[in-house]
Design a protein. Structure first.
Length: 418
């Protein structure tokens, strides 16, 4: 099976090589790994001091990076002498975070081939490897085991449907056995590990919760948004796509239902054509953030955020949050609005996100599949008592699941010392 796996990696490389001719992201993936060994060796030798402890943290992309970020920042705060190597699989993570200041060196992860894995570890020589959430690279795990380098999986989530736990999944289960310790997000993941005799685990929660609570505590203020909101209640729609915006436009047509409320939309894409599509859906009642002037546009009820970087702080002005992506490949970040105690609404594709699943069950999050459902949920959440109950459910979830970073750091300090 390992031979077939490695053959699959070679076929994937061939596919990427061809796709790089036509697709910009594939080109970044391919070019980012050219001459990787020479570049990595040069960077390590120039930046790492002799005898300096190195911790390797690997994230697939941007979302996983955000889960590993609180840990990296805690390491640098408490043990600044430790060298952190951060690797990414995807260009969407690397290109955005290649200048992240809390890592000493940032690069792409070479393709998971046996030769690459052994060469990478020979160059890097880490004292500890930390993979985030869903990273299961067989050849790297085998090489780490042979070199007796401990490897942890943090923010781990497991479900019975995964290949590891199927009758035919013995080989995949062996991949999991390559990890020395699991820091899992929930009890059900822990129970699965226990069932399959994977005993080295800690119920830690999600490190992102620590991160979003920190962001909320340090959130910026925006005078323009305050001028727009004035004394109105605000529905904040974050990371929206076309189907989300169509739903919200349908909701906003019900003027009686939305009376006394204002809507802020921060779309996932802010290209000119997408912004124009949003404006067409909402008509004269909407205005872009870059064009808003309080004395000229006080009658507008919809504000479109036409820049990047504000969203996580904008939730401070909201009473309810709507999170986009639930009618596409999956919802975006729900923890950021939850950090402000907001009830959240999203579309039907949310099952892969633990915080969403739990809060739907406990009454802090609400799923919509059609416009009538959005109208009903919005009407319910307009009621201050109902909304306070939903907010309390969100806050209870955060209180019960924060502290993952501290739990991981406690074991990490002991591992480095030993």
């Amino acid at each position: 099976m390992s031979i077939l796996y490695t053959l699959g990696i070679y076929l994937y490389l061939l596919f990427i090589r061809v796709a790089a001719i036509f697709h910009p992201k594939a080109k970044l993936w391919w070019n980012g790994r050219k001459n990787w060994a020479e570049k990595l060796s040069t960077e390590i030798s120039s930046k790492r001091k002799a005898g300096q402890t190195l911790i390797w943290v690997h994230s697939a992309s941007l979302g996983e990076f955000e889960q590993g970020r609180p840990l990296m920042e805690a390491i640098k705060k408490q043990q600044p002498e430790v060298f952190i190597l951060l690797t990414f699989f995807s260009p969407s993570g690397y290109e955005i975070r290649k200048n992240y200041t809390h890592a000493d060196l940032i690069c792409y992860l070479p393709a998971d081939l046996p030769g690459n894995a052994h060469k990478f570890l020979s160059i890097v020589q880490p004292q500890l490897a930390i993979f985030v959430k869903y990273e299961f690279w067989y050849n790297f795990l085998q090489a780490l085991h042979k070199k007796e380098i401990p490897v942890w999986l943090i923010a781990a989530l497991f479900r019975p449907q995964q290949p590891f736990f199927q009758p035919w999944g013995a080989w995949y289960l062996q991949i999991l056995k390559g990890f020395d310790h699991f820091f899992v997000q929930n009890q059900s993941s822990l129970e699965l590990l226990k069932k399959y005799q994977l005993q080295q685990y800690t119920l830690a929660g999600d490190p992102r919760i620590d991160r979003v609570l920190q962001i909320a505590a340090e959130a910026k203020t925006f005078p323009t948004v305050e001028s727009f909101a004035q004394n109105s209640a605000v529905l904040m729609a974050g990371s929206t796509w076309g189907p989300d915006e169509a739903f919200l436009a349908g909701l906003w047509e019900n003027q009686e239902l939305c009376k006394g409320w204002k809507l802020i939309i921060a779309p996932h894409e802010i290209g000119a054509s997408h912004l124009e599509q949003i404006e067409q859906k909402f008509g004269a009642q909407c205005i872009r953030y870059s064009q808003f002037q309080a004395d000229e546009h006080s009658n507008h009820t919809v504000l479109i955020i036409d820049n990047i970087g504000m969203l996580s702080a904008l939730y401070r002005y909201a009473s309810i949050a709507y999170i986009g992506g639930g009618f596409g490949s999956g919802i975006h970040n729900t923890l950021e609005p939850m950090a402000f105690g907001l009830p959240v609404i999203f579309g039907p594709k949310y099952q892969k996100f633990e915080e969403a699943v739990v809060n739907v069950k406990t009454g802090g999050a609400f799923v919509v599949e059609e416009l009538a459902g959005l109208d009903l949920i919005f009407k319910q959440l307009k009621d201050s008592i109902f909304r306070a109950q939903a907010s309390a459910a969100v806050q209870q979830y955060l209180e019960e699941n924060q502290g993952a970073t501290l739990k991981i750091m406690t074991k990490l300090k002991k591992a480095i010392k030993d």
